[in-house]
Design a protein around this ligand. Structure first.
Ligand SMILES: [Zn+2]
Length: 376
C-alpha cells in the first residue's frame, strides 16, 4: 500500500514538473523501499545478534523491579549496548522517541492525505497545507521553548567559565555567535523554499549562510519522531554548538587557546578518529561533531540534574536514554570514515562518562577510569 502510494505521489510530482519536489517524493519513496529491504535483512541478522547480547543484557532493561545494582550496571558500564539494542519506541515522562523511519513515513502519509483530499492545487499550495497540518502551534511552541532554553543554557555555560579558560573578549565573541542564530519555523512553507526536502526529514539543521547569518531549521518528520524534551534539548544543543565549534572558528580565523586543550584531549582519548585521510576540519574529520556532542552533553547533564528531584530513578534512566537514543540510528548509516564518532563513543565516552551524569546515577569510580575531557 505504501509503495503504491509512493508511485502515485511520484506521478503527481512528475506532472507538476517541479524538479525539487519530484526529487523529494522520488527520493522519499526510494528511501522507504530501500529502508524496508534493509530492515528485513537486518531483522534476520538482529534475531541472532540480539540472542547473543541477551546473555549479558536484559531486553526489557528497566522495570519497577530493576534493582539499584542492575541500574548502575546498565547505566555506568553498558549504556550503549543497553539502549541501542532496544527495538521499541522509548518513553520518559515528557514523551517518546520513535524510530526515524516512523517520522518519515508519517510525513509522507500526510502529503498523501492532502493529495487525496485536494486537487488542482499548485505545489506551493500543497506544501502550505502540509505545513499547517504538521507545524501546529503546539509543536512550534515546544520547539521554540527548547530553542530559547538551549540558547540561554549555552550563554550561561560560557559565562560561568573561569577567566583563565575564556577571556571576557572570548566570552563575548562566543555568546554573540550563539545569540545570532535565528530559529526558522514554518508556516509559511515558503520559509524552506530553498530546502523543501526538509519537510520529510528528521533533521534539526544549523546553517551558516553566505551572508554570515546563522539559522536553525527543523524537519517536518522530526516533529513526528520526537516528543521527548530530553532528546529535543540534546539535539538542539548539538546543533547550536556548531555555531562555536572549532571548525567554525577556524573558518572565521578566530583562535581561542582553551580549545586546543580540549581538542588535544579528544584525540588522546580516542574521541576523534585519526586516519590517513584526516585533515583537521576537512571532509572526513570528526572534530566538529565530537565538539558539538561534548557541548550538548554539558547542557543535557545540567538538564537531567534539574529533574533529579522530580523523577524517580527509573524515569531518570528513561530521560537519559531518550536524550541520546537516536544516536544508535545514526550508527546504521555510518561509514568507516565518517564525520561523526561511533555511537559507542558518543553514548558511552562522551555522554554517560560525563562527571555530572556519573554522579546522577551514582556510578562507582572504578567503572570509569578514563579522563573526561575539559577546557582545562
Ligand atoms: Zn552535528
Amino acid at each position: 500500500m505504501l509503495h503504491g502510494g509512493c508511485l502515485t505521489t511520484m506521478f503527481f510530482a512528475y506532472n507538476r514538473s517541479r524538479k525539487s519536489h519530484f526529487l523529494l517524493f522520488g527520493y522519499g519513496c526510494l528511501t522507504l523501499l530501500a529502508v524496508s529491504v534493509i530492515h528485513l535483512y537486518r531483522h534476520s541478522k538482529e534475531i541472532h545478534h540480539t540472542q547473543q547480547k541477551n546473555r549479558n543484557v536484559a531486553t526489557q532493561i528497566i522495570t519497577k523491579h530493576t534493582s539499584q545494582k542492575d541500574l548502575t550496571y546498565y547505566f555506568c558500564s553498558h549504556f550503549y549496548p543497553t539502549i541501542c539494542q532496544l527495538k521499541k519506541d522509548t518513553s520518559d515522562p515528557t514523551g517518546s522517541v520513535r524510530k526515524n523511519i516512523k517520522g518519515e513515513i508519517l510525513a509522507l502519509q500526510t502529503y498523501q492525505e492532502i493529495l487525496r483530499e485536494n486537487s488542482n492545487l499548485s505545489v506551493d499550495e500543497y506544501d502550505e497545507l502540509f505545513v499547517k497540518k504538521v507545524y501546529t502551534s503546539k509543536r512550534r511552541h515546544r520547539i521554540q521553548s527548547a530553542f530559547h532554553y538551549v540558547q540561554n543554557a549555552l550563554l550561561r555555560y560560557i559565562d560561568k567559565q573561569n577567566n583563565h579558560i575564556f577571556t571576557d573578549r572570548e566570552k563575548k565573541f562566543l555568546k554573540n555567535r550563539l545569540k545570532k542564530i535565528k530559529l526558522e519555523l514554518p508556516p509559511p512553507a515558503s520559509l524552506y523554499q530553498d530546502e523543501p526536502d526538509l519537510f520529510t526529514k528528521n533533521n534539526i539543521l544549523y546553517e551558516r549562510l553566505t551572508d554570515n547569518s546563522l539559522r536553525l531549521r527543523v524537519g517536518g518528520a522530526y516533529l513526528f519522531t520526537v516528543q521527548s524534551w530530553f532528546n529535543l534539548i540534546f539535539s538542539m544543543s548539538h546543533e547550536l554548538a556548531h555555531s562555536i565549534d572549532p571548525c567554525e572558528l577556524k573558518f572565521l580565523q578566530i583562535y581561542i587557546p582553551s580549545y586546543d586543550k580540549l581538542l588535544a584531549c579528544f584525540i588522546k582519548q580516542g574521541l576523534v578518529q585519526i586516519h590517513n585521510e584526516r585533515s583537521e576540519c576537512g571532509e572526513n574529520d570528526e572534530l566538529s561533531e565530537t565538539f558539538a556532542d561534548w557541548i550538548a552533553v554539558q547542557i543535557i547533564a545540567e538538564t537531567l540534574k534539574k529533574f533529579k528531584t522530580e523523577f524517580d530513578r527509573n524515569q531518570l534512566f528513561e530521560a537519559a536514554t531518550n536524550a541520546v537514543r537516536d544516536l544508535c540510528e545514526d550508527e546504521d548509516e555510518r561509514q568507516d570514515i565518517s564525520t561523526h564518532p561511533s555511537a559507542a563513543i558518543r553514548i558511552e565516552n562522551i555522554f554517560s562518562q560525563n562527571p555530572i551524569i556519573q554522579t546522577l546515577f551514582d556510578c562507582p569510580p572504578e567503572l570509569n577510569s578514563a579522563t573526561y575531557c575539559d577546557f582545562e
